[in-house]
Write a protein that binds this ligand. Structure first.
Ligand code: ADP
Ligand code: MG
Length: 309
């Protein structure tokens, strides 16, 4: 249990969503200062990782890495290496090089992109188009149109860095919330042995399909019910299947629970692309990962049931 009962709740806008920190501990001023520092870190990470910030390190890599090796900041290099590993483990369903495809579909309101445009964008995708030199910490693209997009792992990575920062300041109990995308349960709340996190029903806003009890674990959600592009009255997911070049379909939402918030973020996107059977197969080889998948027709599949109710 936590020594004395102070809890602070701080909200900020960052990375295109509403962040919230709930911190528990002994001293209110200390917790508020730590929250300020944590949000400064999120801001700094957004300025480093965002493709929407022209001066970000990722924008710089995207502009230069096709013509020369580009040296990458150590933690970002580690993140790109993790992304490459997850891409390999998910048959390329999770792919940070799908930037050109993501851009193509994001700007497609006027009509489904022509098949030639999809084929051209597809040609620039795939981790095999990226050479990572870990000795010199450089990245180089082998295709002129390859573009990194960390949209499916960046928020989870920022949540990880915030959790580390809080632990370094001796804060071991709290809840870190990056919109509805990734939530990290730091330790436990004052009155319970784990945080209870609701799992949203993708078809009924405000309703839950269940809860998860989490301690030192992350939960990430990917779904197409909030973010999509509508073309001729048809909704297409903002998550793209990098193997076909088309928006992923079949599932309404995916939640993944694991220790590392960057990994849960990446895997929720990967499972959305892979579908139920392959997600189940992945989890059968990774016992530390639990998931809850909702398919069209609102069929619910729970994998690793012990954390859900
Ligand atoms: P959210 O941002 O709502 O948490 P996700 O974590 O699922 O959603 O990330 C989706 C974002 O990731 C997309 O908006 C796009 O920028 C990028 N993306 C889309 N498809 C893929 C994919 N197959 N692999 C990696 N990133 C993707
Ligand atoms: Mg994700």
């Amino acid at each position: 249990m936590i020594e004395s009962g102070v809890t602070v709740r701080v909200k900020r806008q960052a990375m295109g969503c509403d962040w919230e920190l709930i911190l528990c501990g002994g001293d209110r001023g200390y917790l508020l200062d730590a929250a300020d520092e944590a949000f400064e870190e999120v801001q700094r990470l957004e300025e480093q990782l965002s493709i929407f910030v022209p001066t970000s390190e990722v924008s710089y890599i995207n502009a230069l890495a096709a013509s020369q090796p580009v040296c990458v900041e150590p933690r970002l290099f580690g993140l790109i290496e993790s992304a490459a590993r997850i891409s390999g483990e998910t048959e390329g369903a999770f792919d940070i090089t799908a930037g050109s495809l993501v851009d193509l579909w994001r700007s497609a309101e006027a009509g489904v992109p022509p098949s030639e445009a999809i084929a051209t964008a597809l040609d620039s995708c795939g981790m095999h188009k990226v050479a990572l030199d870990s000795e010199n910490r450089t990245i180089r693209f082998s295709h002129p149109d390859t573009r990194l997009n960390l949209g499916a792992i960046g928020k989870g990575y920022a949540v990880y860095q915030v959790a580390e920062l809080l632990r370094e300041r001796g804060i071991n109990n709290g809840l870190i919330h990056a919109g509805r995308s990734t939530v990290y349960a730091l330790g436990n709340p004052p009155d319970d042995d784990a945080w209870t996190v609701g799992i949203a029903n993708p078809t009924k806003p405000g309703e839950r399909i269940g809860t998860a009890k989490l301690k030192d674990k992350a939960i990430s959600t990917s779904g197409s019910h909030e973010r999509f592009v509508e073309i001729d009255g048809v909704r297409y997911s903002h998550i793209i299947d990098p193997r076909t070049g088309w928006p992923a379909e079949g599932l309404l939402s995916v939640c993944v629970i694991t220790d590392d918030p960057a990994e849960s973020d990446a895997l929720s996107t990967a499972f959305f692309v892979l579908g139920r059977d392959k997600a189940e197969k992945y989890c059968s080889n990774h016992e530390d990962i639990s998931a809850i998948l909702v398919s069209e027709g609102v069929e619910i599949t729970r994998i690793g049931m012990e954390v859900f109710s």
